[in-house]
Design a protein around this ligand. Structure first.
Ligand code: HAM
Length: 410
Protein backbone atom coordinates (compact mmCIF):
# COMPACT_ATOMS: atom_id res chain seq x y z
CA UNK A 1 0.00 0.00 0.00
CA UNK A 2 1.76 3.06 -1.28
CA UNK A 3 1.21 6.81 -1.05
CA UNK A 4 -1.15 8.43 -1.86
CA UNK A 5 -3.49 5.42 -1.24
CA UNK A 6 -1.91 4.89 2.16
CA UNK A 7 -3.08 8.38 3.14
CA UNK A 8 -6.73 7.55 2.38
CA UNK A 9 -6.40 4.40 4.46
CA UNK A 10 -5.03 6.30 7.45
CA UNK A 11 -7.89 8.74 7.08
CA UNK A 12 -10.43 5.87 7.05
CA UNK A 13 -8.79 4.33 10.10
CA UNK A 14 -9.06 7.64 11.97
CA UNK A 15 -12.74 7.85 10.97
CA UNK A 16 -13.42 4.30 12.27
CA UNK A 17 -11.58 5.05 15.51
CA UNK A 18 -13.61 8.19 16.04
CA UNK A 19 -17.01 6.63 15.33
CA UNK A 20 -16.37 3.47 17.37
CA UNK A 21 -14.51 4.99 20.30
CA UNK A 22 -17.21 7.62 20.79
CA UNK A 23 -19.65 4.70 21.09
CA UNK A 24 -17.55 3.09 23.82
CA UNK A 25 -15.57 0.53 21.81
CA UNK A 26 -11.96 -0.03 22.93
CA UNK A 27 -9.27 -0.88 20.42
CA UNK A 28 -7.86 -4.40 20.62
CA UNK A 29 -5.07 -6.29 18.83
CA UNK A 30 -5.03 -10.07 18.70
CA UNK A 31 -2.27 -12.25 17.19
CA UNK A 32 -2.09 -12.60 13.41
CA UNK A 33 -1.91 -16.37 13.81
CA UNK A 34 -3.78 -18.68 16.15
CA UNK A 35 -4.04 -22.44 16.52
CA UNK A 36 -5.69 -24.03 13.48
CA UNK A 37 -8.13 -25.75 15.80
CA UNK A 38 -9.58 -22.44 17.00
CA UNK A 39 -10.87 -21.68 13.50
CA UNK A 40 -12.04 -25.24 12.84
CA UNK A 41 -14.11 -25.07 16.05
CA UNK A 42 -14.99 -21.39 15.84
CA UNK A 43 -15.70 -20.69 12.18
CA UNK A 44 -16.92 -24.25 11.47
CA UNK A 45 -15.20 -27.29 9.95
CA UNK A 46 -17.66 -27.49 7.04
CA UNK A 47 -17.32 -23.86 5.88
CA UNK A 48 -15.42 -22.93 2.70
CA UNK A 49 -13.12 -20.75 4.83
CA UNK A 50 -11.92 -23.71 6.91
CA UNK A 51 -12.05 -26.36 4.18
CA UNK A 52 -10.36 -24.42 1.39
CA UNK A 53 -9.15 -20.97 2.31
CA UNK A 54 -6.89 -21.13 5.35
CA UNK A 55 -3.12 -20.67 5.29
CA UNK A 56 -2.16 -23.37 7.78
CA UNK A 57 1.39 -24.47 8.63
CA UNK A 58 3.31 -26.30 11.34
CA UNK A 59 5.73 -24.45 13.59
CA UNK A 60 9.02 -25.90 14.84
CA UNK A 61 7.27 -27.63 17.73
CA UNK A 62 4.86 -29.33 15.30
CA UNK A 63 1.85 -27.22 16.32
CA UNK A 64 -0.66 -26.50 13.57
CA UNK A 65 -1.07 -22.73 13.18
CA UNK A 66 -3.28 -20.65 10.89
CA UNK A 67 -3.00 -17.09 9.61
CA UNK A 68 -6.29 -15.67 10.85
CA UNK A 69 -9.03 -15.63 8.18
CA UNK A 70 -11.27 -13.53 10.46
CA UNK A 71 -11.24 -12.17 14.00
CA UNK A 72 -14.42 -13.20 15.81
CA UNK A 73 -12.95 -16.52 16.93
CA UNK A 74 -9.75 -14.80 18.09
CA UNK A 75 -11.71 -12.18 20.04
CA UNK A 76 -13.73 -14.90 21.78
CA UNK A 77 -10.52 -16.76 22.60
CA UNK A 78 -9.08 -13.59 24.12
CA UNK A 79 -12.33 -12.91 26.02
CA UNK A 80 -12.10 -16.33 27.64
CA UNK A 81 -8.33 -16.36 28.20
CA UNK A 82 -8.28 -12.94 29.86
CA UNK A 83 -11.40 -13.39 31.98
CA UNK A 84 -13.24 -10.53 30.30
CA UNK A 85 -16.54 -11.85 31.66
CA UNK A 86 -15.41 -10.20 34.92
CA UNK A 87 -15.22 -6.79 33.21
CA UNK A 88 -18.32 -4.58 33.16
CA UNK A 89 -20.64 -6.13 30.56
CA UNK A 90 -21.13 -5.77 27.71
CA UNK A 91 -17.51 -5.62 26.57
CA UNK A 92 -17.14 -3.55 23.40
CA UNK A 93 -14.03 -4.06 21.26
CA UNK A 94 -12.95 -2.83 17.83
CA UNK A 95 -10.04 -3.88 15.63
CA UNK A 96 -8.23 -3.12 12.36
CA UNK A 97 -5.62 -5.36 10.81
CA UNK A 98 -4.56 -7.92 8.21
CA UNK A 99 -6.49 -11.14 7.47
CA UNK A 100 -5.70 -14.01 5.12
CA UNK A 101 -7.82 -16.23 2.88
CA UNK A 102 -6.57 -18.45 0.09
CA UNK A 103 -9.14 -17.41 -2.50
CA UNK A 104 -8.68 -16.75 -6.23
CA UNK A 105 -7.56 -13.10 -6.31
CA UNK A 106 -9.66 -10.62 -8.31
CA UNK A 107 -10.74 -6.99 -7.97
CA UNK A 108 -11.80 -6.54 -4.34
CA UNK A 109 -10.68 -10.02 -3.32
CA UNK A 110 -7.18 -10.54 -2.00
CA UNK A 111 -5.26 -13.22 -0.13
CA UNK A 112 -4.14 -10.62 2.38
CA UNK A 113 -6.78 -8.00 3.08
CA UNK A 114 -7.64 -5.61 5.90
CA UNK A 115 -10.71 -5.70 8.09
CA UNK A 116 -12.12 -3.19 10.49
CA UNK A 117 -14.48 -4.81 12.96
CA UNK A 118 -16.49 -4.26 16.13
CA UNK A 119 -17.71 -6.88 18.60
CA UNK A 120 -20.00 -6.52 21.63
CA UNK A 121 -19.86 -9.43 24.09
CA UNK A 122 -22.08 -10.09 27.09
CA UNK A 123 -25.55 -8.94 26.03
CA UNK A 124 -28.40 -10.41 23.99
CA UNK A 125 -30.39 -7.18 23.89
CA UNK A 126 -31.74 -6.33 20.40
CA UNK A 127 -30.43 -2.78 20.91
CA UNK A 128 -26.90 -4.20 20.67
CA UNK A 129 -27.65 -5.63 17.20
CA UNK A 130 -29.29 -2.40 16.06
CA UNK A 131 -26.44 -0.24 17.33
CA UNK A 132 -23.82 -2.45 15.68
CA UNK A 133 -25.62 -2.12 12.34
CA UNK A 134 -26.10 1.64 12.73
CA UNK A 135 -22.41 2.17 13.53
CA UNK A 136 -21.33 0.28 10.42
CA UNK A 137 -23.86 2.24 8.37
CA UNK A 138 -22.46 5.49 9.76
CA UNK A 139 -18.88 4.53 8.92
CA UNK A 140 -19.78 3.46 5.37
CA UNK A 141 -21.83 6.60 4.75
CA UNK A 142 -19.25 8.99 6.15
CA UNK A 143 -16.54 7.18 4.20
CA UNK A 144 -18.52 7.96 1.04
CA UNK A 145 -19.39 4.38 0.02
CA UNK A 146 -21.97 4.69 -2.72
CA UNK A 147 -25.11 2.75 -3.67
CA UNK A 148 -25.38 0.86 -0.40
CA UNK A 149 -27.91 -1.85 0.32
CA UNK A 150 -28.47 -3.54 3.69
CA UNK A 151 -29.87 -7.08 3.80
CA UNK A 152 -30.90 -8.60 7.10
CA UNK A 153 -32.39 -11.87 8.36
CA UNK A 154 -32.61 -14.02 11.44
CA UNK A 155 -31.25 -17.55 11.59
CA UNK A 156 -32.83 -18.42 14.93
CA UNK A 157 -31.12 -21.21 16.83
CA UNK A 158 -29.04 -24.14 15.49
CA UNK A 159 -31.87 -26.51 16.54
CA UNK A 160 -34.49 -24.62 14.53
CA UNK A 161 -32.09 -24.47 11.62
CA UNK A 162 -31.48 -28.21 11.68
CA UNK A 163 -35.18 -29.01 11.79
CA UNK A 164 -35.73 -26.55 8.95
CA UNK A 165 -32.95 -28.10 6.84
CA UNK A 166 -34.70 -31.47 7.23
CA UNK A 167 -38.02 -29.97 6.17
CA UNK A 168 -36.45 -28.23 3.18
CA UNK A 169 -34.64 -31.41 2.16
CA UNK A 170 -37.81 -33.47 2.06
CA UNK A 171 -39.62 -30.69 0.18
CA UNK A 172 -36.81 -30.66 -2.41
CA UNK A 173 -36.78 -34.48 -2.63
CA UNK A 174 -40.46 -34.30 -3.54
CA UNK A 175 -39.63 -32.09 -6.56
CA UNK A 176 -36.19 -33.49 -7.35
CA UNK A 177 -36.85 -33.89 -11.10
CA UNK A 178 -37.22 -30.12 -11.52
CA UNK A 179 -33.89 -29.27 -9.83
CA UNK A 180 -30.49 -28.56 -11.39
CA UNK A 181 -28.15 -31.59 -11.20
CA UNK A 182 -25.63 -29.79 -8.95
CA UNK A 183 -28.40 -28.84 -6.51
CA UNK A 184 -29.60 -32.46 -6.46
CA UNK A 185 -26.08 -33.65 -5.68
CA UNK A 186 -25.74 -31.31 -2.70
CA UNK A 187 -29.15 -32.02 -1.19
CA UNK A 188 -27.64 -34.10 1.59
CA UNK A 189 -24.80 -31.73 2.41
CA UNK A 190 -26.55 -28.38 2.30
CA UNK A 191 -30.07 -27.98 0.91
CA UNK A 192 -29.91 -24.22 1.68
CA UNK A 193 -27.51 -23.75 -1.20
CA UNK A 194 -30.47 -24.32 -3.55
CA UNK A 195 -31.53 -20.71 -2.81
CA UNK A 196 -28.38 -19.48 -4.59
CA UNK A 197 -29.04 -21.36 -7.85
CA UNK A 198 -29.55 -19.54 -11.17
CA UNK A 199 -31.20 -22.59 -12.74
CA UNK A 200 -34.74 -21.68 -13.86
CA UNK A 201 -36.39 -24.92 -12.69
CA UNK A 202 -34.66 -24.70 -9.31
CA UNK A 203 -35.72 -21.08 -8.89
CA UNK A 204 -39.34 -21.96 -9.52
CA UNK A 205 -39.15 -24.71 -6.91
CA UNK A 206 -37.44 -22.39 -4.42
CA UNK A 207 -40.05 -19.65 -4.83
CA UNK A 208 -42.57 -21.96 -3.16
CA UNK A 209 -40.13 -23.52 -0.68
CA UNK A 210 -40.62 -23.18 3.09
CA UNK A 211 -38.70 -20.26 4.60
CA UNK A 212 -36.58 -20.38 7.74
CA UNK A 213 -38.03 -17.05 8.91
CA UNK A 214 -41.49 -18.69 9.11
CA UNK A 215 -40.13 -21.50 11.28
CA UNK A 216 -38.33 -19.46 13.95
CA UNK A 217 -39.17 -19.98 17.62
CA UNK A 218 -41.38 -17.29 19.20
CA UNK A 219 -38.58 -15.62 21.22
CA UNK A 220 -36.33 -15.47 18.13
CA UNK A 221 -39.13 -13.85 16.11
CA UNK A 222 -39.67 -11.34 18.89
CA UNK A 223 -35.94 -10.54 19.01
CA UNK A 224 -35.81 -10.05 15.24
CA UNK A 225 -38.89 -7.78 15.28
CA UNK A 226 -37.29 -5.70 18.02
CA UNK A 227 -34.08 -5.25 15.99
CA UNK A 228 -36.07 -4.21 12.90
CA UNK A 229 -38.19 -1.85 14.99
CA UNK A 230 -35.07 -0.09 16.26
CA UNK A 231 -33.69 0.24 12.72
CA UNK A 232 -37.05 1.69 11.61
CA UNK A 233 -36.99 4.16 14.47
CA UNK A 234 -33.46 5.20 13.47
CA UNK A 235 -34.58 5.66 9.85
CA UNK A 236 -32.18 3.12 8.38
CA UNK A 237 -33.45 1.32 5.27
CA UNK A 238 -33.03 -2.43 4.96
CA UNK A 239 -34.40 -5.43 3.10
CA UNK A 240 -35.39 -8.56 4.98
CA UNK A 241 -33.81 -11.30 2.88
CA UNK A 242 -34.79 -14.83 3.84
CA UNK A 243 -32.09 -16.25 1.57
CA UNK A 244 -29.17 -14.38 3.16
CA UNK A 245 -26.38 -16.87 3.80
CA UNK A 246 -23.12 -16.01 5.57
CA UNK A 247 -20.01 -18.12 5.11
CA UNK A 248 -19.44 -18.71 8.83
CA UNK A 249 -21.15 -21.26 11.09
CA UNK A 250 -21.29 -19.42 14.39
CA UNK A 251 -24.29 -17.20 13.76
CA UNK A 252 -27.52 -17.30 15.75
CA UNK A 253 -30.49 -14.94 15.33
CA UNK A 254 -29.53 -11.70 13.50
CA UNK A 255 -27.35 -11.77 10.37
CA UNK A 256 -26.78 -8.83 8.03
CA UNK A 257 -24.68 -7.69 5.11
CA UNK A 258 -24.01 -4.35 3.45
CA UNK A 259 -23.43 -4.43 -0.30
CA UNK A 260 -22.36 -1.66 -2.63
CA UNK A 261 -23.51 -1.68 -6.25
CA UNK A 262 -20.43 0.47 -6.95
CA UNK A 263 -18.38 -2.75 -6.64
CA UNK A 264 -18.19 -5.58 -9.15
CA UNK A 265 -18.62 -9.25 -8.32
CA UNK A 266 -17.21 -8.81 -4.80
CA UNK A 267 -19.92 -6.46 -3.60
CA UNK A 268 -20.04 -7.35 0.09
CA UNK A 269 -18.50 -4.40 1.95
CA UNK A 270 -19.21 -5.60 5.44
CA UNK A 271 -21.35 -8.01 7.40
CA UNK A 272 -21.88 -9.77 10.65
CA UNK A 273 -24.45 -10.86 13.14
CA UNK A 274 -25.10 -12.42 16.48
CA UNK A 275 -23.10 -15.41 17.78
CA UNK A 276 -24.70 -16.21 21.14
CA UNK A 277 -23.09 -19.63 21.54
CA UNK A 278 -19.54 -19.17 20.30
CA UNK A 279 -17.86 -18.16 23.59
CA UNK A 280 -19.43 -21.17 25.36
CA UNK A 281 -18.51 -23.49 22.46
CA UNK A 282 -14.89 -22.38 22.82
CA UNK A 283 -14.94 -23.27 26.52
CA UNK A 284 -16.01 -19.98 28.13
CA UNK A 285 -19.08 -18.97 30.12
CA UNK A 286 -22.44 -18.45 28.37
CA UNK A 287 -21.90 -15.11 26.61
CA UNK A 288 -24.29 -13.78 23.98
CA UNK A 289 -22.50 -11.51 21.49
CA UNK A 290 -22.91 -9.61 18.24
CA UNK A 291 -20.56 -7.87 15.80
CA UNK A 292 -19.40 -7.21 12.26
CA UNK A 293 -16.35 -6.80 10.09
CA UNK A 294 -15.89 -4.75 6.93
CA UNK A 295 -13.29 -4.95 4.17
CA UNK A 296 -11.09 -1.85 4.18
CA UNK A 297 -9.96 -2.31 0.56
CA UNK A 298 -13.58 -2.68 -0.55
CA UNK A 299 -14.67 0.44 1.34
CA UNK A 300 -11.91 2.37 -0.43
CA UNK A 301 -12.81 0.83 -3.83
CA UNK A 302 -16.49 1.66 -3.38
CA UNK A 303 -15.75 5.34 -3.57
CA UNK A 304 -14.53 6.34 -0.14
CA UNK A 305 -13.52 9.97 -0.16
CA UNK A 306 -10.76 11.21 2.06
CA UNK A 307 -8.79 14.38 1.89
CA UNK A 308 -6.37 15.06 -0.91
CA UNK A 309 -2.87 14.49 0.44
CA UNK A 310 -1.78 17.79 1.97
CA UNK A 311 1.74 19.00 1.29
CA UNK A 312 3.87 20.33 4.14
CA UNK A 313 3.23 23.85 5.44
CA UNK A 314 6.81 24.74 4.87
CA UNK A 315 9.97 23.30 3.35
CA UNK A 316 13.18 24.39 5.08
CA UNK A 317 15.91 25.01 2.49
CA UNK A 318 19.53 26.07 2.84
CA UNK A 319 21.10 28.69 0.58
CA UNK A 320 24.57 27.16 1.03
CA UNK A 321 25.77 23.75 2.10
CA UNK A 322 27.78 25.32 4.94
CA UNK A 323 27.75 23.25 8.15
CA UNK A 324 26.44 26.13 10.17
CA UNK A 325 23.51 26.76 7.79
CA UNK A 326 22.56 23.07 7.80
CA UNK A 327 22.58 22.97 11.61
CA UNK A 328 20.41 26.12 11.74
CA UNK A 329 18.01 24.67 9.14
CA UNK A 330 17.63 21.49 11.15
CA UNK A 331 16.96 23.49 14.31
CA UNK A 332 14.43 25.71 12.54
CA UNK A 333 12.55 22.65 11.19
CA UNK A 334 12.36 21.22 14.72
CA UNK A 335 11.13 24.54 16.15
CA UNK A 336 8.46 24.89 13.45
CA UNK A 337 7.20 21.34 14.14
CA UNK A 338 7.14 22.06 17.88
CA UNK A 339 4.89 25.02 17.01
CA UNK A 340 2.51 22.65 15.19
CA UNK A 341 3.52 23.13 11.55
CA UNK A 342 4.36 20.38 9.09
CA UNK A 343 7.95 21.27 8.21
CA UNK A 344 10.02 19.19 5.81
CA UNK A 345 13.77 19.53 5.45
CA UNK A 346 14.99 19.91 1.86
CA UNK A 347 18.15 18.05 1.02
CA UNK A 348 20.80 20.60 2.11
CA UNK A 349 23.56 19.43 -0.21
CA UNK A 350 21.53 20.34 -3.31
CA UNK A 351 21.48 23.59 -5.22
CA UNK A 352 18.89 25.99 -3.81
CA UNK A 353 17.08 26.02 -7.17
CA UNK A 354 16.47 22.27 -6.87
CA UNK A 355 15.35 22.53 -3.25
CA UNK A 356 12.77 25.11 -4.38
CA UNK A 357 11.59 22.90 -7.20
CA UNK A 358 11.06 20.03 -4.79
CA UNK A 359 9.05 22.28 -2.43
CA UNK A 360 6.80 23.11 -5.37
CA UNK A 361 6.37 19.45 -6.33
CA UNK A 362 5.43 18.28 -2.82
CA UNK A 363 2.82 21.04 -2.64
CA UNK A 364 4.40 23.09 0.18
CA UNK A 365 2.83 26.45 0.99
CA UNK A 366 6.11 28.19 1.71
CA UNK A 367 9.88 27.77 1.77
CA UNK A 368 12.04 29.03 4.63
CA UNK A 369 15.50 29.74 3.21
CA UNK A 370 18.35 29.58 5.71
CA UNK A 371 21.41 31.55 4.52
CA UNK A 372 23.20 34.54 5.99
CA UNK A 373 19.74 35.55 7.18
CA UNK A 374 16.32 33.83 7.14
CA UNK A 375 13.91 34.45 4.25
CA UNK A 376 10.35 33.22 3.77
CA UNK A 377 9.09 32.63 0.25
CA UNK A 378 5.34 32.09 -0.19
CA UNK A 379 4.83 29.69 -3.08
CA UNK A 380 1.37 30.89 -4.18
CA UNK A 381 2.35 34.57 -4.62
CA UNK A 382 6.11 34.11 -5.03
CA UNK A 383 6.65 36.92 -2.48
CA UNK A 384 9.90 36.61 -0.56
CA UNK A 385 10.64 38.58 2.63
CA UNK A 386 13.21 38.43 5.42
CA UNK A 387 11.85 37.09 8.74
CA UNK A 388 13.33 37.27 12.22
CA UNK A 389 12.79 33.66 13.36
CA UNK A 390 10.39 30.72 13.71
CA UNK A 391 7.68 32.76 15.46
CA UNK A 392 7.36 35.03 12.44
CA UNK A 393 7.18 32.03 10.07
CA UNK A 394 4.37 30.57 12.17
CA UNK A 395 2.52 33.88 12.15
CA UNK A 396 2.87 34.34 8.38
CA UNK A 397 1.52 30.85 7.72
CA UNK A 398 -1.27 31.06 10.29
CA UNK A 399 -2.80 34.02 8.44
CA UNK A 400 -2.86 32.07 5.19
CA UNK A 401 -5.39 29.25 5.60
CA UNK A 402 -5.77 25.78 7.12
CA UNK A 403 -3.09 23.64 8.68
CA UNK A 404 -2.48 20.01 7.71
CA UNK A 405 -5.31 18.58 9.82
CA UNK A 406 -6.36 15.07 8.69
CA UNK A 407 -9.90 16.43 8.60
CA UNK A 408 -11.85 13.43 9.86
CA UNK A 409 -14.53 15.72 11.20
CA UNK A 410 -14.59 17.91 8.07
P1 HAM B 1 -16.97 -11.91 6.39
O1 HAM B 1 -18.26 -11.58 5.72
O2 HAM B 1 -16.34 -13.21 6.07
O3 HAM B 1 -17.23 -11.81 7.96
O4 HAM B 1 -15.91 -10.78 6.09
C1 HAM B 1 -16.22 -9.41 6.34
C2 HAM B 1 -15.77 -8.53 5.19
O5 HAM B 1 -14.38 -8.74 4.92
C3 HAM B 1 -16.45 -8.83 3.87
O6 HAM B 1 -17.71 -8.19 3.80
C4 HAM B 1 -15.46 -8.25 2.87
O7 HAM B 1 -15.68 -6.85 2.71
C5 HAM B 1 -14.12 -8.46 3.55
N1 HAM B 1 -13.42 -9.60 2.93
C6 HAM B 1 -13.60 -10.93 3.18
N2 HAM B 1 -12.77 -11.67 2.42
C7 HAM B 1 -12.04 -10.82 1.67
C8 HAM B 1 -10.98 -10.96 0.68
N3 HAM B 1 -10.51 -12.16 0.35
N4 HAM B 1 -10.48 -9.84 0.13
C9 HAM B 1 -10.94 -8.61 0.48
N5 HAM B 1 -11.91 -8.41 1.40
C10 HAM B 1 -12.45 -9.49 1.99
C11 HAM B 1 -16.30 -12.02 8.93
O8 HAM B 1 -15.12 -12.09 8.73
C12 HAM B 1 -16.89 -12.08 10.32
N6 HAM B 1 -15.79 -12.26 11.28
C13 HAM B 1 -17.67 -10.82 10.63
C14 HAM B 1 -18.24 -10.81 12.00
C15 HAM B 1 -17.74 -10.16 13.08
N7 HAM B 1 -19.33 -11.45 12.41
C16 HAM B 1 -19.51 -11.23 13.69
N8 HAM B 1 -18.54 -10.46 14.11
Amino acid sequence: VLPPDSGRRRWLQALCAQVLERAGFSYVETPVFESAELFARGVGASTDIVRKEMFTFSDKAGRSLTLRPENTAGICRAYIEHGMHKWPQPVRLWYWGPFFRHEAPQAGRYRQFTQVGAETLGSDDPAIDAEAILLLAEILERAGVERLRLRIASLGSPETRQAYAEELRSYLRGREAELAPEVRERLDVNPLRAFDSDHAGTRAVMAAAPRLLDRLAADDVEHFRAVLGLLDAAGLEYEVDTTLVRGLDYYTRTVFEFESAALGAQRGVGGGGRYDRLVAELGGPDTPACGWAAGVERILLAGAKGPAMAGPDVVVATATGARDAVARALRLARELRAAGLAAELAEPGRALRRQLRRADRVGARAVAIVGDDLQLKMLDSGAQTPVAGPAEVVRALASGGEGADPGVTA
